[in-house]
Design a protein around this ligand. Structure first.
Ligand code: MG
Length: 389
């Protein structure tokens, strides 16, 4: 055990504005509307130690923070380098819940360890990839003059292809019309030709298994590389996805909405997904996410990381069995990507963050390799909590 101890943890809730954004029919999906502003909330975390080294991370949502409150006092006085021990103790503490509260703190502990060892998270994981190929992951379709038709989606897919993106993922319309969703898949494939990978993420909007099957058959016809979260079970039924896999040839990608190593392994072992989904924020941090990536590797499957961010770039740099970085969310008429503007360094995500091959770099430097704009966070602070001995 090192002599390093966690002495203090701060969590700050802060607000930020999303330009040209609104919510759609039920208030859940974010979509384009020129001139409209949507207020959003995120969380900034700082971990301090007795030797002055600190860890930071920005991410998570209000349920995450609510769960974090259940484990924060446990962490005070612990050795922050013992991430496997902390992972297992936090996991047990949150066993009655979905365990999302342990993700952001684990990422902050990896940032702290990187600063302690003077190594990036990628280096600590044995990473080697320096440049990551991206897919353009769209906002949901809108009815406000943006991604408002299959023709508009197709035009945007072509724009992304011309920018260098090797792949494009559709998030269709809220309260969707299955005929229009299918038309959209064909329109995009027709427009971009055969040499761009296409994915479809109905985001659990289709109401029935039959609707999912119809979309799946269109994905087969248009040669998509995956169909994600196909319908309203919300991507959690092993039985349903195993059945759907038997009926279509397009690979299914689910497991974004189940949490942690064991549930992912059960999904894989029961042949209920072709491609595994992981998110460090949701699945126990970097510690939990790399376990899932290696479990998928052991089954010979690929794992695709959900959503962008510096933690996910480090993670992806150290995983063999993965294909694309999700550049989300993107739209033809706004650069708004939906994430908080919290970097005081050159790090960026968004439609234009790629190079001409459609890649983004892995941050260099200790820990996450980014610096946060704490002035912005404190100016927009809405609340928070300090935990200390
Ligand atoms: Mg998704």
């Amino acid at each position: 055990m090192s002599s390093l101890r966690i002495t203090r943890i701060e969590v700050h809730e802060f607000g930020y504005d999303l330009k040209d954004m609104t919510k759609d029919y039920n208030g859940f999906n974010l979509g384009y509307k020129r001139g409209s502003t949507q207020r959003s909330v995120s969380y900034a975390m700082k971990v301090e130690t007795n030797e002055g080294v600190t860890g930071e991370y920005i991410g998570g949502c209000s349920p995450t923070f609510a769960q974090f409150h259940m484990i924060a006092n446990y962490l005070i006085g612990k050795d922050p380098l013992q991430r496997e021990r902390l992972y297992n103790d936090m996991k047990r503490a949150l066993r009655k819940y979905d365990k999302m509260g342990m993700g952001p703190i684990d990422i902050a502990l990896w940032d702290l360890a990187g600063k302690y060892y003077n190594a990036s998270i990628s280096e600590m994981l044995g990473g080697w990839k320096e440049s990551l190929p991206c897919y353009a992951s769209t906002y949901h379709g809108d009815r406000n003059g943006g991604l408002d038709s299959p023709a508009a989606f197709a035009e945007f897919a072509l724009q992304c292809k011309n920018m260098g993106y090797p792949a494009f993922k559709i998030h269709g319309w809220g309260d969707c019309d299955i005929k229009e969703e299918i038309e959209n898949i064909y329109a995009i494939r027709d427009k971009v030709g055969d040499d761009m990978d296409l994915m479809n993420d109905p985001a659990c909007e289709p109401r029935t298994f039959m609707e999912a099957l119809k979309i799946g058959r269109a994905c087969d016809e248009a040669n998509l590389v995956w169909l994600e979260d196909p319908y309203a079970d919300t991507g959690i039924s092993q039985h349903a996805h195993r059945k759907l896999r038997q009926m279509i040839s397009t690979p299914i990608l689910v497991t974004e909405h189940i949490r942690g190593l064991e549930q992912h392994v059960d999904f894989i072992a029961n042949e209920a997904t072709d491609i595994v989904r992981v998110d460090a924020n949701y699945d126990g941090g970097i510690t939990g996410a790399i376990k899932i990536a290696h479990a998928a590797e052991g089954f010979g499957l690929d794992v695709e990381i959900h959503a962008p961010g510096p933690a996910h770039r480090h993670l992806m740099s150290a995983i063999r069995n993965t294909n694309y970085y999700e550049m989300a969310l993107v739209h033809p008429l706004t650069d708004e990507h939906g994430l908080p503007p919290v970097y005081s360094c050159s790090y960026k995500d968004g439609l234009h963050a790629i190079d001409d091959k459609g890649h983004v770099p892995v941050p260099v430097g200790p820990g996450l390799g980014v610096s946060y704009d704490w002035d912005f966070i404190m100016e927009n602070r809405m609340g928070g909590r300090v935990y200390e001995a």
